[in-house]
Design a protein around this ligand. Structure first.
Ligand code: HEM
Ligand code: HEM
Length: 177
């Protein structure tokens, strides 16, 4: 369906904004964990971070399915080819990294091993067996990926705002309601 509609479908918009909010929350909570002393608040933030991360994984699977089924609207005529390429590469990287990030967090936490409560409803089963060294390496990857995601999101938001308020070419509206 690529290029046959002017905007993203409502399903894609709802998923985009839910995931955007959850990812920004997960980045903030994850980074904050580093600065907190052990205690009840830190434990709750761990639980909230892990549950939000698992929710993002579920939503991302739905979102990728929606992207395959509904495609993306064609960019405005006259969009330079380097911008088409930049948008394509950065969107692909965002999809890939935001899908991989919770899987790495899930594996790292399983290997630690620590529980993954899902908002008090149930415990998510371990993805892999206990292995403290592997857990350390996976958390290192989780940390680096977090920094890359943060940089990509900063560029993404700057580009979206530039389209919306400087170029006013309707690209921001494609993802708005
Ligand atoms: C898109 C989803 C996720 C994002 C954006 C994210 C982001 C982050 C960030 C930025 C940190 C701080 C890294 C550091 O400074 O060392 C962090 C730490 C952590 N994350 Fe995630 N995370 C996600 C999903 C998950 C999931 C699904 C789990 C587990 C089920 C998880 C478990 C953890 C744990 C346990 C830490 C603390 C690691 C430590 O104490 O060194 N994360 N996360
Ligand atoms: C204030 C924050 C944000 C704004 C204003 C914004 C805006 C937009 C807009 C306008 C588009 C459509 C671009 C186009 O038509 O080609 C888009 C697409 C996209 N956004 Fe965001 N976004 C924000 C936050 C985020 C965050 C935090 C993430 C990642 C978690 C994200 C991931 C994506 C992805 C992957 C696409 C590509 C969608 C597709 O082609 O299927 N966005 N965003």
């Amino acid at each position: 369906m690529d290029g046959t509609q002017e905007r993203y479908t409502i399903i894609q918009k709802v998923l985009h904004w839910l995931i955007a909010l959850a990812v920004i929350g997960a980045l903030a909570a994850g980074s904050l964990l580093d600065f907190l002393d052990n205690g009840a608040f830190k434990n709750q933030l761990y639980a909230l971070h892990k549950a939000t991360g698992m929710l993002i994984l579920g939503l991302m699977i739905l979102r990728i399915a929606a992207r395959i089924v509904f495609g993306a609207p064609a960019l405005p005529i006259g969009t330079p080819s380097w911008q088409r390429a930049a948008a394509g590469v950065s969107h692909f990287l965002l999809y890939a990294l935001i899908l991989a990030m919770p899987i790495v967090g899930w594996a790292a936490t399983s290997a630690f091993p620590a529980p993954i409560p899902f908002f008090g409803l149930f415990d998510v089963p371990a993805l892999i067996g206990a292995d403290r060294d592997l857990s350390k390496q996976l958390f290192w990857v989780h940390d680096i990926m977090g920094k890359v995601i943060l940089a990509l999101i900063a560029i993404h938001i700057a580009a979206a705002l530039q389209h919306g308020f400087s170029r006013k070419d309707g690209v921001l509206r494609r993802m708005w309601f």
